[in-house]
Design a protein around this ligand. Structure first.
Ligand code: OGA
Ligand code: MN
Length: 219
């Protein structure tokens, strides 16, 4: 394990223990500084080197459905390229997390898919779920943010709602290096319109869909 994949969080408690504890107790975790800062910086630099004009409107293609139409979301995405070293380091970290979660709690996470997302000024993602109960495919969502000096007035907050009452549970600023993890089937969430460019990596741990005996093919 190199310094990019070190799993030790602030202080001497284990970050993965803390994350799993939050998931068990409340179904989500909000973690400033979850990823090693060198990795966040590397991903950010790489992101800045990409031509975000060439990101694709989300939901064009295989998943063009109700949840992905432009009324619902106007962010633009690009699936991560694992041949880029810093992406490989990120995927390595998410793999360590997958194994750590599977050791501690029975979720049976099988694989992980993720994409960069760019919300240009004005972009949003209305209230939605990342998975539908019964489908048992996407189980755990991760979102990591790459926005230096984000101010509350910049908008783009992630709102997490209570599954039963619909009440607002959390308002998350998409601050540089913050990571959010939540149960995909459980929490309705939305992204308020961003007032400036907003960058993130959104990812999903998936299980094998036993009903159909398969997982969805990679995109
Ligand atoms: C998503 C999503 C939240 C965020 O991509 O499904 O809900 O804060 N993203 O970017
Ligand atoms: Mn979502």
């Amino acid at each position: 394990m190199n310094n990019l994949t070190s799993t030790t969080g602030p202080g001497d408690y284990d970050l993965f223990d803390h994350l799993v504890e939050c998931i068990e107790n409340q179904g989500y975790a909000i973690l400033p500084g979850a990823l090693p800062m060198a990795l966040v910086d590397g991903l950010y630099l790489h992101l800045k080197s990409l031509d975000t004009e060439r990101f694709k409107p989300a939901g064009i293609g295989r998943q063009a459905d109700e949840m992905n139409n432009p009324f619902v979301r106007t962010d633009r995405i690009r699936w991560l390229d694992p041949s880029v070293p810093v992406m490989a380091a990120y995927l390595d970290w998410t793999e360590q997390l997958r194994l750590a979660i599977n050791r501690r709690v029975f979720l049976g996470l099988f694989d992980y898919e993720c994409h960069f997302a760019h919300y240009p000024s004005g972009a949003y993602y209305k209230r939605h779920l990342d998975a539908f109960q019964g489908e048992r495919n996407r189980v755990l969502t991760t979102v990591c943010y790459f926005n230096p000096n984000w101010q509350p007035g910049d908008g783009g907050q992630l709102l997490i709602h209570d599954p039963q009452t619909g009440e607002l549970l959390e308002t998350v600023q998409p601050a540089y290096g913050t990571m959010v993890v939540f149960l995909s089937e459980r929490f309705p969430h939305e992204v308020l319109p961003a007032q400036r460019d907003r960058y993130s990596i959104a990812g999903w741990y998936r299980v094998i869909n036993n009903q159909q005996g398969r997982i969805d093919p990679p995109r």
